[in-house]
Design a protein around this ligand. Structure first.
Ligand code: 0GY
Length: 289
C-alpha cells in the first residue's frame, strides 16, 4: 500500500437513513487480495486489499441488497478479481470491466455470463495513460452487441473537449461522480451547466450522484456537494445512480464513514419516490433487466 494512502474505515457508523428494499450500491470496488489477484504493473497507486467478503459485509450492514462492482485502474485490464467477486455474489452483483481492443469475443462472453454489463473508459490523467478515442469507439461498437453500456470517468475541465467523442458512443453512457465538478464554484458555473446540458440534450446519458467524499472542500457531512447532486436528481430522476465508492481509492484528506455517506441520500433525493428511483428502479433497469 502507498505510504500516503488511507485505508477504508474499520467500523463505519450505522446510517440513520434506511435504504428502500432492494437498494443497489452502484459504485464500489474490490481490490485483490494481492496474493491471489496481483495489482497491475502499470498501476498509478497501490491500494490496501479490499476483498469481496468485506464488500458484501458492508452491503448488508448498510442495508443494501446488491452491488455494481467497478473495475478500478489499479487492476488494469485484468478483470479476474472482479469476475471472482461477481461469481461469488451471483444475482446480487453486476460488474463494469476495463478491456483493451485485443479482448476476445470469448472473454467478453465469459464476463457477460459472470454479470459484467459494461466497460469503463477512464480519462483521469492521474489514474491512467491515455487511450486513443478511436480505440474506445471500437470497443463501444463491440460491447453494444452484448447490450452493455459505457461508464466514463473524467474531470469537469476536460468535458468540453470530450463532448464530441461522448456523443458518438452508440450506447447508454453513465458519467462517474457527476463529472467531478469543482464544488467551490457553484452550480451556476459554466462547467456544471455544461454537464447538465449534456444530460438534457442526450437522453442516453446518466449520472452517478456519488463521491461527496472526493468532491467536498468542507469535509463531512458534505453539505457543499449536496446542491450539485440534488440538482441532477431533480432534473433527471430516471437517469441517476448512487454508490458508496467503497473502499475509496486515493482518498488523502480523510477516511470516509459509509454510514455518513448513506445519510447524504435523503438530502439529494428528497422524497421516497426519488429515493426508490435512485437506489432501486434505475439500477435494476440498467443492470438486472
Ligand atoms: C473511483 C475513483 C478513483 C479511482 C478509480 O479506477 C480507479 O482507480 O476510479 C479516483 O482516484 O478518483 O471511482 O474509485
Amino acid at each position: 500500500m502507498d505510504p500516503d494512502y488511507l485505508p477504508f474505515h474499520p467500523n463505519p457508523s450505522k446510517p440513520t437513513f434506511t435504504p428502500p428494499a432492494g437498494a443497489v450500491d452502484a459504485h464500489c470496488h474490490v481490490f485483490g487480495p494481492a496474493i491471489e489477484f496481483p495489482y497491475a504493473p502499470e498501476r498509478k497507486y497501490t491500494p490496501c486489499d479490499a476483498p469481496k467478503a468485506k464488500l458484501f459485509e458492508l452491503r448488508d450492514y448498510l442495508g443494501f441488497e446488491r452491488n455494481v462492482i467497478v473495475q478500478a485502474s489499479c487492476h488494469g485490464r485484468n478483470n479476474d478479481a472482479l469476475v471472482d467477486a461477481l461469481n461469488a455474489a451471483g444475482e446480487l452483483a453486476r460488474g463494469i470491466a476495463v478491456v483493451g481492443p485485443d479482448v476476445t469475443d470469448d472473454e467478453l462472453k465469459t464476463m457477460d455470463e459472470a454479470g459484467v454489463r459494461g466497460v469503463r473508459f477512464n480519462f483521469v490523467k492521474r489514474l491512467v495513460d491515455a487511450t486513443p478515442k478511436d480505440v474506445f469507439l471500437g470497443i463501444a461498437e463491440r460491447i453494444k452487441k452484448l447490450n452493455w453500456h459505457v461508464i466514463v470517468y473524467f474531470e469537469a475541465p476536460d468535458l468540453e473537449e470530450l463532448i464530441p467523442f461522448l456523443k458518438q458512443l452508440p450506447v447508454t453512457v453513465v458519467v462517474d461522480h457527476m463529472g467531478r465538478p469543482d464544488v467551490t464554484k457553484g452550480v451556476d458555473h459554466p462547467d456544471f451547466q455544461r454537464f447538465l446540458n449534456l444530460l438534457a440534450e442526450n437522453d442516453n446519458f446518466w449520472s452517478k450522484v456519488s463521491c461527496p467524499e472526493r468532491l467536498t472542500a468542507d469535509g463531512p457531512p458534505y453539505d457543499d456537494v449536496v446542491p450539485y447532486a440534488r440538482t441532477i436528481v431533480d432534473q433527471f430522476p430516471d437517469r441517476v445512480l448512487w454508490g458508496t465508492d467503497w473502499p475509496h481509492p486515493n482518498m488523502k484528506s480523510h477516511v470516509p464513514d459509509e454510514g455518513h455517506l448513506v445519510d447524504v441520500i435523503p438530502k439529494i433525493a428528497t422524497d421516497a419516490a426519488k429515493q426508490k428511483a435512485l437506489l432501486v428502479d434505475n439500477p435494476m433497469r440498467l443492470y438486472w433487466s
